[in-house]
Design a protein around this ligand. Structure first.
Ligand SMILES: [Zn+2]
Ligand SMILES: [Zn+2]
Length: 228
């Protein structure tokens, strides 16, 4: 990781801490050690900390937004196998690092090679610098912390809730992009084995039962999203 990438990574990690993520929680989602994380998140932006205090619980809308971010921005519509078992969330929440084959060693994250980097002005800059580092093949994803923090701010949701939802309900195994065998459109389905979009499934069933799956309650898993 270059100095620029390192500072982008540190900026993102500090933002996540400022938004209310505990050190132990951050350690669970990062490939870096607790000691490393602690060292690099000592100073926190007070304005971000104020933002963190006003974040809210996950709504159905924010769950759908997180799902679409995963499918479109991170997975980029690619049918995916689970990347690497036990891979840390903040090392694959990135379209570049998602398909990186090897798991980095924890010490690989914040190695100092040069001192020409600059402290990012904001999350957007950290995200851009981090992504440039990812594209050069960093050992640890440099952009995911800033990306996740920016997403939390945009959706106004608590970091740990958003993380638990993404890990448990979306990435990397629950949602798949497939070509519907019936109409040949690209569809996002809840399982790799589902090869028909909702309308085609309903048609093939030719039954009077509910074409959208079980009625009532949240249907995030039972609904397919289509686009052209
Ligand atoms: Zn990355
Ligand atoms: Zn179809």
């Amino acid at each position: 990781v270059t100095a620029t990438g390192r500072e982008a990574l540190r900026y993102g990690l500090q933002a996540l801490r400022a938004l209310g993520l505990r050190l132990t929680e951050l350690a669970q989602m990062s490939p870096l050690s607790v000691a490393t994380l602690k060292r690099h998140t000592r100073s926190l932006d007070p304005s971000l900390a104020a933002e963190g205090a006003s974040l809210e619980k996950l709504s159905l809308q924010s769950k759908e937004a997180l799902t679409l971010v995963w499918v479109h921005a991170i997975a980029r519509g690619r049918p995916l196998a689970p990347p690497v078992p036990q891979r840390a969330f903040l090392d694959f929440f990135c379209s570049v690092c998602l398909t990186r084959s090897s798991r980095p060693s924890p010490s690989d994250g914040l190695v100092e090679r040069d001192r020409t980097g600059g402290w990012p002005a904001d999350l957007t800059e950290a995200l851009v610098y981090g992504l440039q580092t990812c594209e050069r093949g960093a050992g640890v994803c440099a952009s995911a912390p800033a990306r996740f923090a920016a997403l939390l701010l945009a959706l106004r949701v608590h970091p740990w809730e958003a993380y638990s939802f993404v890990i448990g309900e979306i990435a990397p195994q629950r949602w798949w992009v497939r070509t519907c065998l019936g109409c040949e459109r690209d569809v996002v389905t809840e399982a790799a084995s589902t090869r028909l979009c909702v309308p085609c499934r309903a048609r093939s069933r030719r039954s009077t039962s509910h074409p959208m799956g079980a009625p009532g309650g949240p249907h995030l898993h039972r609904r397919s999203v289509t686009w052209t």
